[in-house]
Design a protein around this ligand. Sequence first.
Ligand SMILES: Nc1ncnc2c1ncn2[C@@H]1O[C@H](COP(=O)(O)OP(=O)(O)OP(=O)(O)O)[C@@H](O)[C@H]1O
Length: 729
Amino acid sequence: MSLTDGNAIFKSLNKAQYRAVSSEAPTVAILAGPGSGKTHTLTSRVVWLIDHVGIQPQDVIVATFTNKASNEMKARIGNALGDGREKGIIIGTFHSIARRYLVKYGQRIGLDPKFGIADDSDSRGVITRICKRLDTHLEPPVARAWISKRKAKGTSDELAIKDKKGQSVESRALEQCFQEYQSQLERSNLLDYDDLLVRCVELLRKFPQCVSNIQTVLIDEYQDTNGVQYDLMRLFARKQRRITIVGDPDQSIYGWRSAEIKNLHRLLRDYPGTDEISLEENYRSSSCILDTSLKVIQQDQERYKKVLLPVRDKGTRPVLRKLKNSNDEADWIVSEIKRIRMLSGNMIDFDDFAILLRSAALSRQVESTLGREGIAYRMVGGFKFYERTEIKILLDYMRIIHQPDNNDALARIINVPKRGIGDMTIKALLEEAEKSSMSLWQLVEKHCRGQRRAKTNIRQQTENALSGSLMKPLNSLRERLRSDAGVGTPMNLVELLQKLIRDLKFEDYLEATYGAEYESRWANVQEFVTLAEEFMRQSRVDDEALPTIDGFAQATDDDLLARFLSNVSLASDKQTEDKGQEGKPLVTISTIHAAKGLEWPVVFIPAVYNGSIPHIRADDQDEERRLLYVAMTRAKALLYLSCPQNIATGKTTELSSFIDLLPSSAFLPKGPSFDRPVMSSVAKILGRELPPDNIIYKVSRMRQATAHGRENDRNFSTPLRACRSRKSQ
Ligand SMILES: Nc1ncnc2c1ncn2[C@@H]1O[C@H](COP(=O)(O)OP(=O)(O)OP(=O)(O)O)[C@@H](O)[C@H]1O
């Protein structure tokens, strides 16, 4: 078989990629830099293993880092394989794959298959209460990080117990907090994110039959796997030991979530004879962008060195722009977006731009400037739709309908809308429930039914409200979901949500609570209903199916509400297309973390100053540098870095030391003039056709834009020299 034979997908591969795709070694490790086609290679290898080696789709596990990545990969595999054969592949994030196995087989390790998922705010709430109750000096975030690390380590090294100041923390208190946290989750029938992985490891160790069909396992973004994910990978692949991983140590950016760079060495040690393949060509970025990005990452002397050569045109140097303050910075970014779009004759449209931020908190200025200019945008990562107050309230209600013993969800909405029950009473009820080893729901329900009076004082009026507007409607909705309830056709997910919104008089509640702001919140609620409709339309039980194993029974997973809720908990955020509701292309605002694996023609990285990147609270400077490298290498044709000289706190900034170390010749001091040669090179890098001059001229005349295609200096007058950090002056 040669490069040009067979499926079209193989024809798009270079030699090294092809060697990786068709390697006969059972274990293949592809370590390569950004934009070298790792994901493309992994996708092609799945097709190869199915088409050429003859492995059945349902015997393949592919673990990706985000849901978006797994959807995209599945679609590409589907295109290449045809006949809907991709449907059988077990593909998803580690968490979603683990959830599937636990729903189907978890009863064997004592798990109630109706388990819910405790999201970050649930875990935070439970741990904060335990820390208060134990009356130790534990800080809840420290305890939470410790618990999560302890679970994520898997069989790897012992855990060091350190607090914020790097000092040893009393391990007994942490241990007690851990035990209480686990037993509370258990009482509420919840698993947190780490538990999904840990319990799946437990399941597969005790019952390896669950994965006895698995022939091969493939892992994307391997550099960000942690200890327990490594254990899972080994268990999935236990029978055939056939594993393919792709990764880039320079893009390891999840140390705070216990990702282990050591996993690369563990793989080579545990699987001797692994075929190590490097990909050395970068297909994404212009050579100028690649050169400057490499200069940043090469400051790390300890890194695993590898070759990365540009394939694309030279292009223009990245821009480093310093502005007076964050307002000017946002104005400048938006004016550059408009200028590029116009001077490219719309060859570059709004969905070709991404603004990548070190932290979500930096988005405010850019958002308001885009809004003022009427440019639609979408937010990715760190600005979660599902965490908006009005959506979280509805989700909490749905979680209680699904799983009434979820104490934290109930505590959050027991007085929303108001039922005359104050924070102190809620706290007292929670404590009473915990001490009496029952759930909050059971305690309140028994009290309202007169079966057991609560010790906590509940006024009659409150009792009536709890019974009439909480217990009764939710019990009735729960009943109406059941197919065997004998009350006609069971309600579907959207009917349930709509009835809930009506029962709660939710629109009135939002109007009374938020006044003028209520309309945008109500629009979010409607968007949420649309998302539920889409989920119902798209979600089929067989999407989540696992192949049947002879003589090894599975539980069914036909509870749509359960699947919807876990989908929300496991989604990094709601999935949006690159087009807005009216089909408008959208500018992307994203955290750098959420931009991993993605690419855009034009990338802006604002706030490149010490304290922002590297972040003031980050312990690991090398990881901060890698973050900047990931951000820079998302750009295909144009890259803009900027730094405000003053920030809201009144402080003056210093240019990020990662950038300050580079020669100033690496950057243009301001946006290039987009004359014909520059635009032609951009078009070549993007593989697009540049409209003829007369069209571009017409577009720019119509918009009465800046003359000569130069960046307008009037408002943004700080020259680069004056912007280098004070150190260099
Ligand atoms: N052989 C090839 N010929 C042409 N284009 C390619 C080839 N391989 C990959 N590409 C293109 O290069 C770009 C980067 O590919 P891909 O996203 O797979 O890289 P990656 O190594 O996974 O990147 P990163 O680690 O930065 O996420 C994509 O646009 C892809 O289509």
